[in-house]
Design a protein around this ligand. Structure first.
Ligand code: ZN
Length: 85
């Protein structure tokens, strides 16, 4: 996989962090509960990025796209907002 995910609406959504694309990281409780004392801010963020799922937003249809990437796994799930009213 490259740096893009194709949304269900056919829009390509960037999944490369640090490109100003509005990506969120989902930090796990496990990660937050760990003792990170002594780690530099840079190391902490690297760990966080490596161990968190990414939450992307498709600007075209508003879907949330959850990306789970690990050494041996690659999983993408789509969540479509409920319509108002
Ligand atoms: Zn979309």
């Amino acid at each position: 996989m490259g740096s893009w995910v194709r949304c269900k609406c056919d829009q390509l959504v960037h999944k490369n962090l640090f490109c100003g694309t509005g990506i969120s990281l989902l930090a796990t409780e496990e990660f937050l509960d760990e003792n990170h004392l002594g780690k530099s801010a840079d190391d902490l963020i690297s760990d966080l990025v490596r161990r968190s799922e990414l939450l992307l937003t498709c600007w075209n249809c508003g879907r949330k796209i959850l990306v789970k990437e690990a050494k041996d796994a690659f999983e993408i799930r789509f969540f479509k907002p409920e319509l108002e009213g």
